[in-house]
Design a protein around this ligand. Sequence first.
Ligand code: SF4
Ligand code: SF4
Length: 452
Amino acid sequence: MAVHTFAGGVHPFGGKKMSRDRAVVTLFPDDGEIVYPLLQHMGKPSIPIVRIGDYVRTGQLIARADGDLSANLHASVSGRVSAIENRQLVGGESSLCIVVESDGLFLEVPYPENRRLSRLTKETVINVIREAGIVGMGGSGIPTAFKLERANTADIDTVIANCVECEPYLTSDYRRILENPWKIINGVMILLTVFPRARGYIAVSDNNTEGYRLLRGLLKNEPRIYVKRMEDKYPQGAERQLIYALTGRTLNAKMLPYDIGCIVHNTDTLVAINQAVIMHEPLITRIVTVSGDGVQSPGNFRIRIGMTYRQILEQAGGLKKGVALEDVLILDGGPMTGSPVRNLDGPATKLTSAIIVLQKKNIRMQKETACTRCGGCADACPNLLVPLFLYEDVQEKRDDAFIAHGGMECCGCGCCSYVCPSKIDLSAAIDGRRHALAADEKKAGDYARRYI
Ligand code: SF4
Ligand code: SF4
């Protein structure tokens, strides 16, 4: 069976064996504060529709989207709204949040009877997804309804379920495929009802043989959905690399997949689509991988949005015996694209994919030295850029040259930093400059499209 891939990329230590064989465990927040940042998506912060003192139920809308790129926000517990104020998030920055004092009862809003897939229309699906506050849970934070609404039904011939999960240590997709395959398949089927000309592809990493076989077996009589194996390489799950590997089509960072006939959603987003469209459930939970050599019991956990990282880490088994907080580096996300956790009391959001805890003594810290012109960064870049040149453009503050050298095409994958023998953090510099320029529509032009 063919294994699909792209040029470039790297093969970092996977670390997936630590957590992939453990079933997902559901965590419940302790009584007390649950914190909901109003910005858990691309676009403007959502607007609170509750007041201090209001009683809210699990699944109740507490903040409304402010525009197409914004998203609704729902309570993940029942209790009273105790504050609407700035709180510190996990990265250390502050943001306006709704705080609910959980009563520990998890009283739910009443959900109507399940919907039938055969009776769905495109309008119903998009409205339900919008109301449920679903965003790209792989990290993009783009509201899912925004992507579906703009896609021309007649032009879409490919719906891709991105179950590749190429980031080291992360295994939530691996577990989802084994434990809830029908939720993923139903998510794809819902999108195929919206795009009747399309075929569905479920892309699975080559390291997930079990999941691949399971999906193939379940779909053997389903002519519109194909299961595909993708090379176990990073960043195989990045949107551009995934689309190219499956269809041979290319897109640049000015475009969105629907411009070339494709719709791409990751595993958690597809499950959220299924839960919302069929079961009426808004987005209030997600699976988070807690792993690394610094934790006692690596695994995957179904958490409620708004729980603190500290609660999740403690309920997941805590730090490895004999290891203290000052001995570890805690990452929000995986080691390739994650960022350091500066405030463990910050809340998990719709975009929290993993909490990775690494012992500092096992991380080789090497000093940065001068570039040797080895070319390794250019060989590794999956977007065929020359990171060395881009890095020099950033250092010399040459924005025009940075754009001309393709800097806006960087996807922040980190491959260049990973391979650099001189330990230059090219990715942080290039991706940081790209983000800064993307916010400036005059300089970024069409590249700002994904951000405005
Ligand atoms: S330049 Fe950007 S896209 Fe290329 S390897 Fe570096 S981080 Fe990845
Ligand atoms: S990988 Fe590092 S040392 Fe090699 S060319 Fe790129 S920046 Fe220079």
